[in-house]
Design a protein around this ligand. Structure first.
Ligand code: PEP
Length: 246
């Protein structure tokens, strides 16, 4: 069985002083290795310093977004090649905060995921429904449609991960029920196999949305949950480590 992936998304949080939290995670894993693969995705301003802080550790570095092009006149953007050059091994693409706040469509997310693989990074492709879509009974249809549009054709086995992040659970302090998570992940697995064949059969499907030390074990043991994408609780080493240990 492949190791689950626990990825921390620091979002627009973190200054130089907060590198100590990432270092504390790395130190703890050096002392007592985890069964999980672990990654931290800091803001771009911390990538180079965090790469130094995590060098030789069991914690991989990730970006939070990338542009689809390798270089060019795209002020303020960062390419997948630049992330790789800074020491990243993964990148989150299609996070709901990018889809909602920056108008990212499924096609744009697929182009970013392709760019990530072109640069040798593992994309974590995010999908998730709104509260209104769930209340209308459309959750599974919406997230499966997002998968079909956001996973590029021809992905190789072991080259990407999917994250199911119900938008209404992000930063909310509440999560779907276990049954709802299991149903979503089962539907996502089918959608992945349909669009990516054998690569879709083995890609880890992470759950994200208010994962905390006190609910992580319960969520991570559910069928087809291959890890977690963790926002707020990844900012403090003690909380993130408790989730990794779960
Ligand atoms: C996220 O935004 O990726 C996320 C999972 O956030 P939180 O854990 O804070 O809900």
């Amino acid at each position: 069985m492949t190791a689950p992936l626990i990825a921390g998304n620091w979002k627009m949080n973190g200054l130089g002083k907060d590198l100590a939290e990432a270092r504390a995670v790395a130190d703890s894993l050096a002392e007592t290795p985890a069964r999980a693969r672990v990654a931290i995705c800091p803001p771009a301003t911390l990538l180079a310093r965090m790469a130094e802080a995590l060098a030789g550790s069991a914690v991989a570095l990730g970006g939070q977004d990338c542009h689809a092009e390798p270089s060019g006149a795209f002020t303020g953007d960062i390419s997948a090649e630049m992330l790789a050059d800074a020491g990243a091994r993964l990148v989150i693409v299609g996070h709901s905060e990018r889809r909602a706040g920056h108008g990212e469509t499924d096609a744009m997310v697929a182009a970013k995921a392709s760019a990530a693989t072109r640069a040798g990074l593992e994309p974590i492709v995010c999908v998730g429904e709104t509260r209104a879509q769930r209340d209308a009974g459309q959750a599974l249809e919406v997230i499966c449609r997002q998968v079909a549009g956001s996973i590029p054709a021809g992905m190789a086995e072991g080259s990407f991960a999917l994250a199911y992040e119900p938008i209404w659970a992000i930063g909310a302090g509440s999560t779907p029920t276990s049954d709802e998570i299991v149903a979503a992940h089962a539907a996502l697995r089918e959608a992945l196999v349909e669009c990516a064949g054998s690569a879709g059969r083995t890609a880890p499907i992470l759950y994200g949305g208010s994962v905390k030390p006190d609910n992580a074990a319960e969520i991570l043991k559910l069928a087809e949950v291959g890890g977690a994408l963790v926002g707020g609780a990844s900012l403090r080493a003690a909380d993130f480590l408790a989730i990794i240990r779960a």
